[in-house]
Design a protein around this ligand. Structure first.
Ligand code: TRP
Ligand code: ZN
Length: 510
């Protein structure tokens, strides 16, 4: 208004410049990666997502997925354009209501250029309409979408989201989710959190799931198929929803004998880790051919193979422990994976002790004694294993050994205070190994730099075992042999020589 009254002339040029967004020159593209050195292109820069609303429809017969994602975010810089991570075919993108230009780039980037640049700090609504056949899409030569005889499953780590929704795909950007999935009548659709409602019409049933607590993208899961769904409430009051494929064959009994104990095990773990952080718990067992389990938030993914030797409560304890260590408190960078896997393994050791199948100290002694000093096992640093070793045995077993060493150094009182205090300290957030070290020092009042360096960051076998005497190891070994190799501390079987799914091989090659 004021400008209009200024006479033409030298000042006019200046006011013209002002008519362009004052700082147009400072609007720049968001980075194509969030800045994780292990995975430079994962996640994106320039915005922070608070909520994903996914409205989907899926046809099991053809593997066709169609969806509309409405993403609530906030710009964290003056943005001229930004990326999402996604592989399916996009037909339309709108930003704050206006049609936006979009193109794909790199292995999994959807590049969005909004009509109007986005000022730092402002709320942004992004609508992405899409469709595609997830099983036909790959990035870096792999595909983690699992088709089954009656549907499909999205559950993988770190890459799962690209095949079913556009996202800022890194655990540092957590958000809440509403996932609504329409499937043909008679088929079920599962996701995280609580089932708000189901609606049937025109031969399709829509399942409306809600995750009301922040969730990392790799912890979002989708499962479609014919499931038997069970519901209940734990003694401590946590609602439990589990699901079993109708095609589990001989593994059906053992799967149920394990996963139906979810409520009991959530309550038991609460004794160590504090109140369960989410509004529901549970797991599902689809008829997939993979070997692993995954801690998908509130709704754990289990491969049927986990139950091939009979009931396996140890894997249930592992995945439920992740609900505190990994899901509630998520890693800041993928190098911090010890905060997930070391603690989930240690929880299995605690369960083993509870079950009279070896104490945590016995298992630590056994792991220590099982790997001679020249074993490559000791060259992996659990505190910074590198992407190629992120899910290898040392992160789990040497990682749990480090936790036993910490316990022995600070004493049980401080140790269990740390175990329970940590999820509270960083509830629904992110933290690093360095943050954990600081926290353990604060709670214990001890300097722990040398201990952490020795057990987590040296590429060699620590001289001083967490163990007292390696002499106890043989007894434990015998007990494990008797159990047919299904050692309580050895649930994780996916990465073993020859376990090679295509994807595993690719991961190892990277
Ligand atoms: N985090 C999973 C667990 O320990 C294991 C895992 C590692 C995994 N990489 C994976 C699972 C890839 C699925 C896909 O429970
Ligand atoms: Zn794990």
């Amino acid at each position: 208004m004021h400008r209009r009254t200024i006479a033409p002339g030298a000042l006019a040029a200046a006011s013209l410049l002002l008519a362009i967004p004052a700082s147009a020159a400072t609007y720049s593209p968001g980075a194509p990666g969030i800045g994780d050195p292990y995975y430079p292109m994962y996640g994106n820069g320039g915005y922070d997502v608070s909520h994903y609303d996914l409205r989907l429809a899926y046809r099991p017969s053809t593997d066709e997925l169609q969806g509309t994602a409405t993403i609530q975010a906030r710009a964290t810089q003056d943005l001229s354009r930004f990326d999402l991570d996604f592989l399916l075919d996009v037909s339309e993108v709108r930003v704050n209501g206006a049609r936006a230009a979009f193109t794909s780039s790199g292995e999994h980037e959807l590049v969005v250029t909004p009509k109007n640049p986005l000022a730092k700090g402002t709320p942004v609504t992004v609508v992405v309409r899409y469709h595609g056949v997830p099983s036909t899409k790959s990035a870096y030569g792999f595909n983690t979408w699992h088709r089954t005889a009656d549907g499909a499953v999205a559950a993988d780590e770190p890459e799962a989201a690209w095949w079913w929704f556009p996202s800022n795909d890194h655990p540092r950007d957590k958000a809440t989710y509403d996932v609504s999935v329409a499937v043909p009548d008679g088929t079920q659709a599962l996701s995280n959190g609580t089932l708000q409602s189901t609606v049937s019409q025109r031969g399709w049933t829509r399942y409306n799931w809600r995750q009301d607590k922040p969730q990392a993208t790799y912890l979002a899961t989708l499962a479609i198929g014919r499931f038997d769904i069970t519901t209940g409430t734990s003694e401590g009051g946590v609602p439990v929803i589990n699901a079993y494929s109708r095609n589990l064959g001989a593994n059906d009994g053992a799967a149920r004998a394990s996963v139906e104990r979810t409520g009991e095990l959530v309550d038991w773990l609460s004794g160590y880790f504090g109140p369960y952080p989410f509004s529901s718990a549970g797991g599902y067992v689809p008829a997939t051919t993979t070997g692993y389990a995954l801690e998908t938030q509130t709704r754990v993914y289990y491969s049927p193979k986990q139950f091939a030797a009979g009931s396996n409560t140890s894997v249930v304890v592992h995945e439920l422990a992740h609900q505190w260590y990994g899901d509630d408190v998520s890693l800041k960078g993928w190098k911090d994976i010890w905060l997930n896997e070391g603690f989930a393994r240690y929880a299995q050791w605690l369960w083993s002790e509870h079950e009279g199948e070896g104490t945590t100290q016995e298992l630590a002694d056994y792991v220590y004694a099982s790997h001679p000093a020249d074993d490559a096992f000791w060259t992996v640093k659990p505190g910074d294993p590198g992407p190629e070793n992120q899910f290898e045995l040392p992160v789990y077993d040497r990682g749990a050994l480090a936790i036993q060493a910490l316990r022995n150094a600070v004493g049980d009182r401080a140790f269990f205070a740390v175990l329970k205090g940590w999820p509270k300290q960083h509830a629904y957030g992110n933290a690093s190994v360095a943050d954990f070290e600081k926290y353990a020092e604060k709670v214990s009042g001890k300097r722990l730099g040398t201990l952490f360096d020795t057990w987590l960051f040296q590429p060699s076998k620590p001289a001083a075992p967490a163990a007292r005497a390696a002499a106890v190891a043989p007894a434990v070994a015998v007990r494990m042999a008797v159990r047919g190799g299904r050692a309580p501390g050895a649930t994780f079987r996916r990465i073993s020589p020859g376990a090679g799914t295509t994807r595993t091989q690719t991961l190892l090659q990277r």
